[in-house]
Design a protein around this ligand. Structure first.
Ligand code: ADP
Ligand code: MG
Length: 234
């Protein structure tokens, strides 16, 4: 995803360094200064979103199918990767707040809302639609990986005591004591987001480091059971 220039008067680099050339090619350029020679380089991707693509475009074209897959029982990951300031947090979380102008979704999903709340909106919608066929439960865990440490951002412990145990087998990583919170509505998802981000900033203040080298993982589990006369709600 190519991020737009945010404040044309205030950008550190005033050239458009990354340009979508076609659906699958990004052209990176530096104009060269002093000793540095001007250079252009093409990078190929499966698909590229441009600076004018919206949060909804990204969700509908890149994430929604994954949500369907997860509801069909497969695992899926949406990962934002890139240098600081390139738009990872904006894409994953975006604007997460109550929007007093919106009547639906408790005003939580707005134009600049990222994939996190959009995913839960659709998961919860599916749960509602299938409530006569399936018992469905969603849970959320949030961890932060910082250097070699993994911390549980939804733990009731304070951030200093929230390191989690990570068990690695051949092809799986397990965190057996991780806090899992049931998400029954968008308000739950919003509350967990606030708790996790507060913990994250408490940690970064304690370490005197704003954001770099830290990675956040939001893990959603889906539990399903067919509705039959002999299987009451779990
Ligand atoms: P990162 O998490 O990769 O360090 P951010 O998501 O914090 O980067 O983005 C840096 C700044 O750019 C933020 O102020 C963010 O709101 C803004 N931004 C990023 N992507 C977009 C976009 N597609 N549209 C508008 N603003 C954006
Ligand atoms: Mg970020």
């Amino acid at each position: 995803r190519v991020r737009p220039q945010i404040d044309k008067n205030n950008e550190k680099f005033d050239i458009e360094a990354a340009v979508k050339f076609d659906d699958c090619t990004v052209m990176l350029s530096n104009v060269g200064s002093g000793q540095v020679q001007a250079k252009r380089q093409a990078f190929t991707f499966d698909y590229i979103w441009d600076r004018d693509n919206s949060q909804e475009d990204i969700y509908e074209e890149g994430v929604m199918d994954l949500v369907d897959d997860v509801l069909d029982g497969t695992n899926a990951t949406a990962m934002c990767y890139g240098q600081t300031g390139s738009g990872k947090t904006f894409t994953a979380l975006g604007f997460v707040n109550h929007n007093p102008l919106s009547g639906s979704d408790l005003g939580l999903v707005a134009r600049d809302t990222g994939m996190y709340l959009r995913i839960f909106r659709d998961l919860l919608l599916c749960k509602k639609r299938k409530k006569h066929q399936q018992h469905i439960l969603f849970s959320l865990s949030v961890v932060e990986v910082y250097n070699e440490q993994v911390r549980d951002l939804l733990s009731r412990q304070d951030i200093g005591n929230s390191e989690v145990q990570v068990v690695m087998t051949d092809d799986e990583v397990k965190m057996p004591n991780l806090t899992e919170v049931e998400i029954s509505n968008l308000e739950d998802a919003f509350r967990c987001y606030k708790i996790a981000m507060q913990k994250r900033s408490a940690r970064s203040t304690a370490m005197n480091d704003a954001s770099s080298r830290s990675h956040a993982l939001l893990l959603i589990n889906v539990y399903r059971q067919q509705v039959t006369p002999s299987s009451p709600a779990p």
